[in-house]
Each structure stands twice: as C-alpha cells, then as structure tokens.
Design a protein around this ligand. Structure first.
Ligand code: FAD
Length: 528
C-alpha cells in the first residue's frame, strides 16, 4: 500500500515537474517490478557522487528489478511527448556528476543486489552466473566487481583485467574503459567483454556482440553511457591464481623509471613465466596517510626510510609496482623467474619491498585503504581527481612540468603513473586514447581538506588541475582525459578529434535520438 502511494507520488512529481504527458495510470501500467521512489534518502544518494563537487537532484529514482524495468522506463521517457531524462548510476563513483540528472530519473543499478540468468534477461537473486566450460561470467550491469570476483573465485576463475578498486559497477567501468596494472597485458576491461545486453535510448533491449548489433556493442564500450544502459555483461575469465608476489621498488631518476616500465610492458607477448602480471607505478612527493593512502605497504617496519632516499634526490621519488601471480604448481620456479626479471631493472638497490598475499587481498587492496580513511573521516571529502592519458613521447615533459613543477612538492593524494600498449585497445570502441603505440595513465587522485593548509583546499587543487591542463595544451602534448569532463561542445570535439566525434554523433543519433541518456556527462542536451 505504502509503496503504491510512493509510486503514485513519484509519478505525480514527474508530471508536475516536467509536464509529462503520460497519465499516472499509464505509468502505473508500465508495471515495473522494482521500485520507483521519491524517498528523500534515495533521491539524496542519487544527487551526489564520490567527487563531491556537484549536487543535482533527480525527480525520482528507479531501483529496477530487471532489465525489463530499465527498458520500460526508458521507453516511457522516449515515447512521452514532453520527455524526461534517464541516467544510470552504477555506484556513484564519478567525480563530476556524470551519473546525475536534474529533470529526470536516476536508475540505481547497484541497488537490490540482482544477478542475471543469461537467457531470460530477468534478474535472479543468485547473482553473477559463471560458465566454467566456456570461461565467462554473466553479470548484471549494476553488479560490483568485488561481487563478480567473489563469485568467479568459487569456480577457480577470475576476470583478466581489473580496476584498482572493486567497489565500482560493471556497467560504470565498461562505460569508461576499466584500467589497472593488467591493462598492458590484457587490455582494459572493455577489451575483455564478449557480449552485453543494452537498453538503448529508445527503450529497446538488445543483445550485442562482435557478431550481433556490433555497432551498438562497440559504441557502449567506453561510451560514457551515451548510447544505452548496460544491463548484462558477459566477461571473459581465466583460471585464478591463489597467491600474488607483490613488489615495490623505488627510483630517483625518472628516465630509468619509465625505461623500466616500458621494458616490462613490452613483454606482453611473452609466456607467463617471462613477464609480470601487473605493472603500475606512482610518484612520491610527500608522505602522510592522505597523500599516500594506497601505499600502506611501506610500513614502519620496512628497512628503508623512504624520506631519507627522497631527501637525497630533490624530494621526488618514483615507485614501480609489479606483481607475479602464482599457485602451488608454479610456486617452485617463482623466485628464479622474478629474480631474472628484476635483474634487468635499474631501481635503487636498497629499495625493494616484497610481500606475498592471497589473490583476493591483492585485488581488493584499495578497499583496505578506504576503510582506514573512512575511520578518520577522510573518505567523504571532495575529490577533484584528474586522470590523463599522456603519450609516451611527452611523459618526460610532463614530469618536468607537473611532478617537478606545478605540484610544488605537494601532491595532496596519490599520483599513479603507468604505461599501456595501445594495440590492446579496440579502436572501434568509443574510448579515446592518444595517437601513440604506448601511452601513460597519470592519475592525480587528490582529496580536498579543510585543515587550514591552503594548498589542500578545493579551490587550490582545482586551480592546479586547470594549470596542468593548460600546460599540456600549451605544450601540444596531445593528452587525453580519461573519464573526461568538459563543459563546452568544442572541448568535446577536440577530445574526440573530428573523425571520432562524427562517429560519436552518428551513434548518438541512432541509439539515443532524443538525447535523454546520461546527460550528466554534459556532451549533449536533450531534444525536448
Ligand atoms: P557511475 O559513476 O555511477 O557512472 C559512471 C558513468 O557511467 C555515468 O555517466 C553513468 O550514467 C554511466 N553508467 C553507470 N552505469 C551504467 C550502465 N549500467 N550502463 C551504461 N552507463 C552506465 N577507474 C579505472 O578505470 N581504474 C581504476 O583503477 C579506478 N579506480 C578507482 C578508485 C576509486 C576509489 C574511485 C572512486 C574510482 C575509480 N575508478 C577507476 C573510476 C571508475 O571507473 C569510475 O568512477 C566509473 O565511473 C565507475 O564508477 P561507478 O560504477 O560508480 O559508475
């Protein structure tokens, strides 16, 4: 009774606010099995994101029980004469309001803990479904990667490509790319998907793959939510290792550091015994929990004092982070293989930090850091993050101008830097990368704090981000933003480049002609 009242209230609010031409009875007849709600706590949650920089209230929130619910709502939005917008929200871990919408409905994809059974497209409480024989998992678009991992590990399998943090949704990361230290070897997550179910901006529910609805398949991967809502993804799996040897080494010389990173990712075609499974890195400018919350690894019991090495070399250090997966059958040759690889690297000899951890603990490492920050009230603060893809040919200029220049020896958060191989990315997807065979991710993952230190304020960090972007632009570095955020159409055109922009527009006209989806990305305005 109460939920029926709430539903009617939600519909009335939609009608009053956007002049929706559908009658309440017609919307009621949509017959969603989930919950269309205007409960203030649900609306408030959908109004915010991890960035904490924008707050936009939707008119209502749909917590779908199935892909059919998603399709019904989008169809209603598409068919109504006045129209309203629809934005999928994965886990709200965007920075700049990308999953928010002001005059429409947010679909809370992560709510309800649904799963999916491949054939029927209806959610089942059973969660992700694994095919051991064909080595794939079918996951609901709102499923968190941590839950996908837990389920696949029950079968001794795991996805090949990851993000550093697992409390992100499948549909959310696939709408960007999904990258971590495995990307040099396996490509981003979008290169490891066999098939997706998608609700287009017309409310059609379509299965897409290389063979079926291929244009939509490529469009939604890295598509920033512009072409459809991913309700199911079929993700490739491999046998899961049980353990990880996790190694960090330090460099004071940037060119030695990048030389070694590039060497390690050039081994991607070699047998598993002759390469690492994961290659990342970070810039260490200062210390402290907030500044290095991903680096809890350097515990006080470590024999080398990082600050002493840093002080001797102008304060900037570079940390290479590598791992090798193993299990009982490969443990015997591990030491020898790792030593052979390490022997080719030029790190500071006294700076080797090694630990062995279960595979799940390694993949879920950022959650451990999250809990630590939460306990100190340092998680729910504004995050003016900036993620850039920098071409290999300009990474040394970036180091000089940004790490050793603009940042002024103060990072205010972790800074990741690692290279990837462009040939592992599918050019047909919507994602944009620099035009070079090797490019780096540089992720400035900063937290704004109200501590009285003016270098940690939101204003200071935002200004610094603008300065960094200006510096890259002036130096014509052809840097591309990852999880891009722009406010004008000309910036979007420049981001995509003329050819890809034309394709992006064409795909938008075909799959979301009324431009009602994911308006929080600020690429297109709705046509109503
Ligand atoms: P949301 O932020 O909710 O949504 C992102 C966009 O996708 C929105 O436009 C939304 O409308 C759209 N969308 C959401 N779900 C769907 C769907 N089912 N179908 C279609 N469109 C959809 N990224 C990496 O690649 N690598 C990392 O290592 C990494 N680490 C991170 C660590 C932390 C602590 C955080 C906060 C983020 C990290 N990210 C990383 C970024 C992350 O990939 C993005 O935030 C991404 O947006 C996924 O978050 P989400 O699932 O919460 O999606």
């Amino acid at each position: 009774m109460a939920s029926r009242f709430l539903l009617t209230f939600a519909i009335c609010r939609l009608i009053v606010t956007v002049g929706l031409t559908l009658k309440p009875t017609e919307l009621l007849r949509l017959g969603v099995e989930g919950q269309l709600t205007v409960d203030p706590s649900h609306v408030e949650a959908a109004s915010r994101d991890f960035g904490g920089l924008h707050r936009v209230e939707p008119l209502a929130v749909l917590r779908p029980a199935s892909a059919n619910d998603v399709a019904r709502l989008v169809r209603a939005a598409y068919e109504s004469a006045e129209g309203f917008t629809v934005s999928a929200r994965g886990h709200g871990h965007s920075i700049n309001g990308q999953s928010q919408t002001s005059n429409g409905v947010v679909i809370d994809m992560s709510g309800g803990g649904g799963g999916c059974s491949g054939g029927t497209r209806r959610l089942k409480p059973a969660g992700p479904r694994v095919s051991e024989k064909e080595r794939y998992v079918d996951a609901w678009g709102g499923e968190l990667w941590i839950d996908v991992l837990r389920r696949t590990l029950e079968h001794g399998l795991a996805p090949l490509s990851w993000t550093d943090y697992l409390y992100l949704s499948v549909g959310g990361t696939l709408s960007n790319a999904g990258i971590s230290g495995q990307a040099f070897n396996h490509g981003p997550q979008i290169s490891n998907v066999h098939e997706v179910d998608v609700v287009t901006g017309k409310g059609e529910l379509l299965t897409c793959s290389e063979e079926q609805n291929a244009e939509l398949f490529h469009a939604v991967l890295g598509g920033l939510g512009q072409f459809g809502i991913i309700t199911r993804a079929r993700i490739a799996l491999e046998p899961a290792p049980t353990m990880v040897r996790w190694i960090r080494v330090l460099y004071s010389n940037f060119s030695d550091f990048t030389h070694d990173q590039e060497y390690l990712i050039s081994l991607h075609g070699k047998p598993a015994s002759k390469k690492f499974d994961y290659v990342e890195g970070s810039v260490i400018v200062d210390e402290g929990l907030v500044n290095n919350w991903r680096s809890s690894f350097f515990s006080p019991s470590n024999p080398v004092k990082i600050s002493s090495i840093g002080a001797a070399n102008g304060g900037v250090l570079y940390c290479l982070e590598i791992t090798r997966n193993y299990d009982e059958s490969t443990a015997g040759s591990l030491d020898q293989e790792v030593e052979a690889l390490m022997g080719k690297l030029n790190f500071i000899p006294a700076s080797v930090f090694t630990t062995d951890v279960p595979y799940l603990d390694f993949l879920d490492r950022v959650h451990t850091a999250e809990l630590k920050l939460r306990s100190k009230g340092l998680w729910e603060v504004p995050h003016p993050w900036l993620n850039l893809f920098v071409p290999k040919s300009r990474i040394a200029d970036f180091d000089r101008g940004v790490f050793k220049g603009i940042l002024g020896k103060k990072t205010s958060g972790p800074i990741l830097i690692y290279p990837m191989n462009k040939n592992k990315w599918d050019e047909r997807s919507s994602v944009v990368t620099p035009d070079e065979e090797v490019f780096y991710l540089v992720a400035l993952l900063r937290s704004a704090l109200d501590t009285g230190d003016e270098t940690q304020t939101l204003e200071h960090l935002s200004n610094q981000n603008s300065q960094i972007l200006r510096f890259c632009g002036d130096a014509r570095m052809n840097v591309k933003q990852y999880m891009p955020h722009y406010t004008t159409q000309s910036e979007w055109v420049e981001h995509f480049g003329l050819g890809k922009w034309a394709l992006f527009q064409q795909r938008k006209a075909e799959f979301d002609p009324k431009r009602i989806l994911a308006t929080g990305q600020r690429i297109f305005s709705p046509s109503f």
